[in-house]
Design a protein around this ligand. Structure first.
Ligand code: BDP
Length: 598
């Protein structure tokens, strides 16, 4: 599936704006055919945004079930004879889309795109109605999992991850047009041969005629540096400008589909960063040289819009990453909006790209230990159907993000149960699938503190060890001396596996403005002391190739716990992106040469 684009032969129309909207907990809309016309009792709702906090009161926050969106769009007159596609960048968590009341697409998985060919349903120059019903229910067979309970207050969604279950149309909706015969997919894989860059490409074309493929690779100044023909081929770039950290140099592969009479019927621009990623021993190599990741686990999260994509937050967050000296982040705990990866590509920021498999661990809920009353892997809980949904989530993520140079490592789950035979059996085929889909990037998963070295049965399947550890927070609370000794002992044991280790989470909840002369948990001083203790431990273990603090910013969580006060406060920045003392401490470590004049 290619991204919407405006080229000489492709057009796109973004349908973002204020749509008509209605919650439908009872599920009346599907029975009564609400997709067919204007939505009865509609209220306004922005797209993209989560609907939850846009609405006032608990109605949006506590909603479980369907929510309807509808809008009308005029199909451009110039699209006569063209193939027209309706695309959703994301609908969380499951959706059915309709055009003029007829179902055109169905999709499960809240963080990856889907589309429908609606050519037969549109008349150029005419208006059409786009409706979509989005459902936010999570079960043991969804990614991520959850359980819906019936109670005196109605249906309630329980889930096992530590961020609010925001839902709705979180990303853009598009109507696009191409020629009937069109490019369906483009894949690029880059390698280095001395000072040459080698770009291997493959294309997939849909349509019945024999068409040729021409590819021209241009540098950032628009100069053609290599050309090739054929559905698959290789482009060699002498003296290539490598893509690297802080140097997001991008080439442009212009792919043209040419009819036998020479007419260019379709064309698409694929940006290309020429770089290699490799694991060698305990090192992670970018372009053959070791890298050390600095940065954060993030969330797509901001006031009012929830998980709705926002370009202002996007650009500001990247400016903050640059200010603090972060060269990487993890898309904890789900695939982010396409725009985020585009920005990472152009800024030279490294991304650990994560599947939305978070919460498959019934001994844990959001870092807090304590049984959930379920067995993780069983015929009734996480089972074969869940694994198929998980496999599908991997397929869709890899297909979407395969061409981003910024994506250097896949994470196929966060903190699943990993110390049992059942876990091993569940994950083995998923690792095999990931390796089959992408032979060019390392694959891993994020290990939880409950499965320390020696007990984890899944980490040996991974290329890189990724650890979330909270010594000094969830254990050894307030005792940084004891924490340091225990943490160093565990990390030293992991290092004996001979793989690179990335600390994907370490952090302490901190109330901004809470100060203490002694390092008290929740104070800004404690967060700083906690991070410094962790850094001493990391610096003592050579196999540690990355440190990503939990979290970049404070974020919203479910309102049903006694250990979250208005959300998770482990942010180094507040939810509105103001620095805590820890931000300055991290900047001193990660960006020591930065100008410190205010
Ligand atoms: C880890 C989870 C993360 C939580 C964090 C915490 O991966 O989602 O938010 O703990 O407790 O277990 O803050």
């Amino acid at each position: 599936m290619l991204r919407p684009q405006d080229t000489a032969t492709r057009d796109s129309k973004r349908l973002d704006g204020v749509w008509d909207f209605r919650l439908d907990a009872a599920g009346d809309g599907r029975r009564e055919g609400w997709a067919a016309g204007p939505l009865p009792g509609a209220r306004p709702m922005p797209v993209p945004a989560s609907y939850n906090d846009v609405l006032v009161g608990s109605v949006g926050r506590d909603h479980v079930g369907d929510a309807w969106y509808t809008t009308t769009v005029r199909v451009p007159r110039g699209w006569a004879g063209r193939r027209v596609v309706l695309r959703f960048d994301a609908a969380t968590h499951a959706a059915v889309a309709y055009v003029d009341g007829a179902e055109v697409a169905r999709h499960t998985g809240g963080y990856t795109p889907f589309e429908a060919d609606v050519t037969d349903r549109v008349r150029p120059g005419q208006e059409l109605r786009v409706s979509v019903v989005v459902n936010n229910e999570l079960t043991f067979q969804t990614i991520p999992p959850g359980v819906v309970h019936d109670g005196p207050a109605g249906r309630r969604q329980q889930y096992f991850h530590d961020f609010f279950n925001y839902a709705g149309l979180h990303r853009s909706v598009w109507l696009t047009s191409t020629a009937a015969t069109h490019l369906e997919d483009v894949t690029v894989v880059t390698t280095l041969d001395g000072t040459d860059g080698v770009v291997a490409y493959t294309t997939v074309t849909a349509g019945d005629e024999e068409h040729g493929v021409h590819v021209t690779l241009r540098d950032a100044d628009g100069r053609a540096v290599a050309t090739a023909t054929g559905a698959a081929g290789t482009l060699v770039v002498p003296e290539v400008h490598r893509w690297g950290v802080g140097d997001g140099y991008l080439y442009d592969a212009h792919v043209e589909l040419v009819a036998p009479d020479g007419e260019v019927v379709d064309d698409y621009h694929q940006s290309v960063g020429v770089r290699t990623v490799e694991v060698r021993g305990t090192q992670l190599l970018l372009n053959g040289a070791p890298v050390h990741l600095t940065g954060f686990g993030k969330h797509e999260d901001s006031p009012v819009r929830g998980k709705g994509h926002d370009d202002a937050y996007l650009v500001h967050d990247f400016a903050l990453l640059d200010w603090i000296g972060a060269n990487s982040f993890r898309t904890s705990h789900y695939p982010y909006a396409d725009e985020v990866y585009d920005m990472a590509d152009r800024e030279g920021v490294l991304v650990i790209d994560e599947v939305a498999a978070v919460g498959q661990n019934m001994k844990l809920a959001g870092g807090i230990f304590g049984g959930q009353g379920y067995t993780t892997f069983s015929p009734e809980t996480v089972n074969e159907e869940s694994r198929e949904a998980h496999a599908q989530a991997i397929r869709e993520l890899f297909a979407r993000d395969k061409n981003h140079p910024s994506v250097i490592l896949w994470s196929i789950a966060n903190e699943p149960e990993s110390d049992t035979e059942e876990a091993r059996a569940y994950f083995e085929p998923l690792f095999a699938l990931a390796r089959e889909l992408d032979t060019t990037r390392p694959v891993g998963f994020v290990n939880v503190m409950l499965a320390p070295h020696g007990t984890c049965r899944v980490s040996e399947l991974a290329d890189v060890v990724m650890l979330n550890r909270y010594y000094g927070w969830y254990t050894h609370t307030g005792d940084l001396v004891g924490a340091e000794a225990a943490w160093l002992a565990e990390l030293t044991a992991w290092a004996t596996d001979g793989k690179p280790i990335i600390i994907t989470e370490y952090g302490a909840d901190t109330v901004t403005g809470l100060h203490s002369l002694t390092p008290q948990p929740w104070s800004e001083e404690y967060q700083v002391a906690y991070l410094e203790m962790n850094h001493r431990v990391f610096d003592a273990v050579d196999a540690v190739v990355g440190e990503q603090v939990w979290n970049f910013a404070d974020f919203a969580t479910s309102s049903t716990s006694v250990f979250r006060v208005d959300g998770n406060k482990k942010g180094v920045f507040t939810r509105d992106r103001r620095p805590k003392a820890a931000a300055h401490a991290l900047r001193r470590r990660w960006n020591p040469k930065a100008d410190r004049t205010p």
